[in-house]
Write a protein that binds this ligand. Structure first.
Ligand code: 6R9
Length: 589
């Protein structure tokens, strides 16, 4: 590959060598040609759908591979304490059958909601696929969530069963009384002995010890719901974007052509947690529908740990996020030289704009370009991407996947010509596009207009058909790849006894893209102090989530509001960043 150089402040195109010179031929050899002939239905055919029991993601991803794949490692697990476990597809088939029986014994039936609130441990993956086998709608929760965030999701989804761990269950216990429909809690006692379950609790290992290894996967149709992920909007609580089993067609196709899997030899590492859509669509459904060996690392980020892991497991395909890449860049290029990372073949990124410096850095230190991919919880699978065979324009999200139509619209809904900024919209064609926001179908419908799905992002497209991210069209904050709605944080802030009113903005940050900054006014009788600020920050951190707490907090006398009483977050942001305040005619006196 040619070196990326700056031309007049812009990064030069990184040209890809001819496909025939690749050591492993990529599945997509010509982007334009593939766009011409592509049909989603052909992907469904390739996946041999429907199968005997219809379309079920667990059957497709776990049970129903050819014998030579069933004996392959599906999951290589590396614990935070450096312990290791390996599960073949056969092992996962057995364990998920057992877990499906455990859930069935607890009365779980097709359509019921079962949530997981677990660390990145093998049982999390087993519970999710075991649940899918019963036809339950699975909802994975991020292990950093606090009681408030858990309650919102379990309440909205009416979850019947939650699978959690001894270490995490305190946070669930504190709100369980407020969830009348939550019948049972399965407690994972990994590495713990002597935990005495309460009446409503079932010990994971005890239940699994007596569960049968035989289970007939429930018949599921393409449109049956399989999994839901809660995602944040500008207003209201997070919404449950519900996906269907048929989404696997898009997850399979994109895993093949974008992650460019070669299942016989690949060792794949997706760094995302199952609590986020990347951790399910590409930590489970994409790789396992392809029969690919996937590494799961329980521990957190550290440059040395990550490089060592990739070296020791000989990772070939690595899917990560811009914040992580920027943190690796910060750790320095010398660290990289301590490790043999020659196994790496293909690098990809998702979650936030990937800055061109990071693309070029990948090329310098790994000899490989980071391929940016754009998609959302709602799209369920990658939509606008860079491909191994296609030249990379550093800073661009790439081009729509074959079978995807994307455009940029103006305020009137007209398609804009290249170069102009507008709303990024998609034709809702991909099998993975979400099917509803749980209990909020009106809101779901409002995202579609004139045959387009409005993504909530702003973008432009260039003369060559490459898409460029401009920003969010709403106030949703993207902090280190996590979407956080200002309203969620504000709701948590005002629950603190000292806080009268709160407003939250995303403040640009070189590493995390944005950090959460809060402005609060105090109730009468409270004095502003550094100690109080810290206390309020920690209050949000423990109640909501570690990633969703305000890293910066200012106490101000009163918040700017419109005459109709709406807090003007944009004005706070403009003031914070020293930008023009814009139209303030609706500001109350
Ligand atoms: C998969 C995931 C979706 C939002 C999306 C956009 C931002 C994601 C991006 C990107 C620029 C990229 N986003 N990928 N922005 N370039 N390559 O991240 O889902 O958590 O729902 O976030 O994230 O704003 O609309 P989700």
């Amino acid at each position: 590959m040619s070196q990326a150089t700056t031309v007049g402040g812009q990064y030069a195109v990184i040209e890809k060598p001819p496909v025939r010179s690749f050591a492993l031929a990529p599945h997509m050899t010509d982007y334009e040609a593939m766009c011409q002939g592509f049909q989603w239905a052909n992907m469904a055919k390739e996946l041999r759908l429907p199968r005997a029991n219809g379309v079920n993601q667990a059957t497709i991803c776990i049970d129903d591979h050819p014998p030579e794949v069933m004996t392959r490692a599906a999951l290589l697990w590396h614990g935070a304490d450096n312990s290791k476990e390996t599960y073949t597809f056969n092992d996962l088939k057995r364990e998920t059958n057992k877990f499906a029986n455990v859930l069935t014994d607890l009365g779980i039936q097709k359509g019921d909601r079962v949530f997981t609130f677990l660390e990145r441990v093998p049982e999390h993956y087993i519970a999710l696929f075991g649940g899918l086998k019963t036809g339950a709608v699975m909802g994975p929760l991020f292990s950093a969530f606090g009681p408030e965030a858990i309650k919102d999701r379990l309440e909205d989804s009416d979850a019947k069963v939650v699978v959690t761990s001894v270490a995490l269950k305190d946070r669930l216990d504190s709100i369980r009384q407020e969830l009348p429909n939550l019948e049972r809690v399965i407690v994972l006692d990994r590495g713990q002995t002597g935990y005495e379950p309460e009446a409503h609790e079932v010990l994971y290992h005890q239940a699994m010890a007596t569960a049968s290894e035989d289970y007939t996967v429930v018949q599921t149709d393409p449109d049956d719901y399989s999994i839901m992920h809660y995602t944040s909007g500008t207003t209201g609580k997070p919404k449950g974007a519900a996906h269907r089993h048929y989404a696997v067609v898009a997850q399979y196709a994109t895993a093949k052509y974008i992650l460019d899997f070669h299942p016989e030899t690949d060792i794949y590492w997706c760094t995302a947690d199952p609590g986020w859509v990347t951790g399910t669509s590409y930590g489970m459904f994409g790789p396992w529908s392809q029969g690919v060996t996937s590494l799961v690392y329980e521990g957190g980020f550290s440059a040395d740990n990550w490089y060592k892991l990739m070296q020791d497991y000989k990772v070939t395909v690595w899917y990560t996020a811009p914040t992580a890449i920027r943190m690796l860049m910060k750790a320095g290029d010398e660290v990289v030289t301590n490790y043999d990372l020659s196994s790496l073949r293909h690098l990809l990124s998702v979650g936030e704009p990937l800055n061109p410096e990071a693309v070029v850095w990948g090329q310098q230190v790994f000899g490989k370009v980071f391929h940016d991919t754009w998609w959302q919880t709602e799209t369920g699978a990658m939509h606008i991407c860079n491909y191994p065979c296609m030249d990379v324009k550093p800073g661009s999200m790439g081009k729509p996947f074959p079978g995807v139509t994307a455009a940029v619209l103006d305020d009137e809904g007209k398609v804009l010509p290249p170069g102009e900024e507008g709303y990024l919209v998609l034709k809702p064609e991909a099998p993975s596009i979400f099917r509803t926001y749980w209990n909020k179908d009106d809101l779901y419908q409002s995202r579609f207009k004139d045959g387009w799905y409005f993504t909530g992002d702003k973008a432009r497209v260039d003369e060559d058909g490459y898409f460029w991210f401009i920003g969010r069209a709403d106030d949703v904050i993207n902090t280190a790849g996590h979407l956080v709605g200002p309203f969620e944080v504000e709701s948590a802030l005002v629950e603190h006894p000292a806080v009268a009113e709160a407003a939250v903005i995303g403040k640009p940050d070189p590493e995390r893209m944005e950090i959460i900054k809060a402005f609060v006014s105090l109730k009468v009788g409270f004095e502003a102090s550094e100690a109080l600020k810290d206390e309020i920050k920690q209050f949000v951190r423990t109640r909501l989530a570690a990633h969703a707490y305000p890293r910066e907090l200012d106490i101000i006398d009163s918040l700017p509001k419109t005459r109709s009483g709406k807090i003007m977050r944009r004005l706070l942001k403009a003031r914070e960043l020293g930008l023009p305040e814009g139209d303030t005619s609706t500001l109350e006196d």
